[in-house]
Design a protein around this ligand. Structure first.
Ligand code: G
Ligand code: G
Ligand code: MN
Length: 507
């Protein structure tokens, strides 16, 4: 018995699949965010060490050059050039006095008008986008010695090369003053970078007045996830799809039958079918209400497949209530076409006699058809014997006062048929179809029927022959003087609409 309808199964499968997709992707991104932060911090640290090394070298260079610059340019140029050659980072030295360039370690003279203004500023460390020597990015380190100024120029490559060396060309920046240098050697304004503080990791150098920043926003996190967790990202939708399919498949196999019954009860899937009961003249005298389960996927399910479980779970009482409500709904629409003294038989079981509810339900049923000549019959099977206690007897009394009749179903097949007759007030006996089947031949079936007939007459109990299938059986039952007949000869149990169309006079 499948537990869910198709729509419910699809919804569940979709929910779980999408849930897994979201959960795994989020987990992945959280991991990527943590990984990127750690990666960035380590990269910044390494780059800082390399950059400090280069700037420190310039500092040492200037310290070594300081004693030389008091002399005239001609006298110190060679010594200064030696210092430049010995440095792994520096390209050139400049000696300034006031606004004048006194000398450089270059071999060619620099045109005064080509000199950038920052040379004559006050900054200790300068990020220059166009070096006077190479025209490319450079860092200049300044030292004041007496009235003169010493500047060491080191190639920008030693800075952006460091960003590149730690694989930070995409998202690490060297910031000095209001300028930023990226790992490709390009300079840009620092302000837009620093605007989004929340998505940055900033590292201030302990030794020099520059900062390194790493971008740590969602775009970088996504790129990091794609670079390092690509497999997981690609596998996640496949896993989600598999989970969805598995859920769909497993939910189709059904959960506990008990839950399934509860669901069907809530969905009002238990519906009445009506089978006519005729008198010996072949006139309609009543009907038996038989339960069918209109399952959304499996179609109509016969009661023997679910009634035993429903009795076991205690659902049979609310199921029968629904059945009576639906039967009532139909009967109200055809009330004026029903024959007089119309009997409506409902199957009940021992559980119904555990509470007074059955009495109020019968009363409600009859009250809902005021002025109608309708008889309600409760059919009791022998499957479960009723306890003959005070409560049960009180219920029987109350039903009797309401005019509700009691029938014993499948009479003769159980162990307690006769006890019922002995202990309770019974109005009708329904002779089981197994006896009716053998009624035409001499033999035990016929003897049993004759016996039941005798018993019923003496106890003034009405008789219904069940399972009448052939004209011969109808004839035989009539000859025996059995009051009522029910069986496929007249009709199978029918949907209420069909029942009324076939058996009630047309409006
Ligand atoms: O209609 P059908 O022949 O499939 O019914 C099979 C059995 O199910 C019969 O024994 C009948 O008594 C039982 N049954 C049908 N409807 C109900 C019902 O509403 N309540 C109970 N308790 N048994 C029912
Ligand atoms: O146990 P109970 O009498 O409630 O069972 C009635 C059931 O018996 C009905 O649901 C119906 O399907 C079945 N039934 C009714 N008439 C006939 C019949 O003529 N032949 C057979 N084989 N079954 C019948
Ligand atoms: Mn019955």
């Amino acid at each position: 018995m499948p537990t869910e309808t198709l729509a419910q199964r699809l919804r569940l499968a979709g929910l779980l699949g999408v849930g897994l997709l979201i959960a795994l992707t989020l987990l992945n991104l959280m991991q990527a965010a943590a990984g990127l932060r750690k990666d960035n911090e380590r990269s910044l640290h390494h780059a800082e060490a390399m950059i400090d090394g280069a700037i420190d070298d310039s500092q040492t260079l200037l310290d070594a050059a300081s004693p030389l610059i008091g002399r005239a340019c001609k006298e110190n140029t060679l010594a200064l050039r030696d210092l430049i050659i010995a440095s792994p980072y520096a390209r050139a030295l400049y000696v300034l006095e006031g606004n004048r360039l006194l000398c450089t370690t270059l071999h060619r003279p620099l045109q005064e008008q080509n000199l950038p203004h920052y040379l004559f500023g006050k900054q200790d460390l300068i990020l220059a986008s166009h070096s006077p020597i190479t025209g490319q990015t450079a860092i200049l380190y300044r030292k004041q010695v007496g009235g003169r100024t010493l500047l060491a120029e080191l190639d920008g490559f030693h800075i952006f090369g460091a960003l590149r060396a730690v694989k930070g060309e995409e998202n690490l920046f060297f910031i000095l003053g209001d300028k930023a240098l990226d790992g490709y050697g390009r300079t840009q304004s620092a302000a837009p970078l620093l605007a989004d503080r929340g998505n940055l990791i900033v590292n201030l150098s302990d030794e020099h007045p520059y900062r390194l920043v790493a971008l740590n926003g969602y775009r970088q996190i996504l790129a990091f996830a794609w670079d390092y967790n690509r497999d997981t990202l690609l596998v996640t939708p496949v896993l989600a799809l598999l989970l969805g399919l598995l859920t769909f498949h497993l939910s189709g196999r059904g959960g506990s039958p008990r839950r399934e019954l509860a669901r069907a009860l809530a969905a009002r899937e238990f519906v009445p079918y009506l089978q006519p009961v005729m008198d010996s003249d072949g006139q309609l005298r009543g009907c038996e209400v038989l339960m069918r389960w209109r399952h959304p996927e499996q179609g109509m399910i016969a009661p023997n497949q679910f009634i035993p479980l429903a009795e076991e779970c205690g659902y049979i009482v609310p199921m029968t209530r629904q059945l009576m409500e639906q039967t009532l709904e139909h009967l109200r629409t055809v009330a004026d076409r029903l024959p007089p003294n119309f009997h409506v038989a409902v199957n009940v079981c021992a559980q119904h006699f555990k509470s007074q509810e059955i009495v109020s339900e019968c009363r409600a049923f009859l009250d809902a058809l005021p002025g109608q000549d309708i008889r309600l019959v409760l059919e009791l099977t022998e499957r479960e014997m009723l306890e003959c206690d005070e409560q049960t007897l009180a219920i029987f009394d109350a039903l009797d006062r309401l005019g509700v009749l009691v029938a014993i179903d499948d009479f003769g097949t159980g162990h307690s048929s006769l006890s019922y007759l002995q202990k309770f007030h019974v109005d009708i006996i329904k002779i089981d179809r197994s006896f009716i089947m053998g009624i035409q031949e001499e033999g035990p079936s016929r003897l049993i029927v004759e016996n039941i007939l005798d018993l019923a007459r003496r106890m003034e109990v009405a008789l219904v022959a069940e399972g009448v299938e052939t004209r011969d059986q109808v004839e035989m039952v009539r000859r025996y003087g059995i009051d009522y007949q029910q069986g496929f000869f007249f009709a199978k149990p029918l949907p209420p609409g069909d029942f009324s169309r076939h058996f009630l006079p047309h409006p």
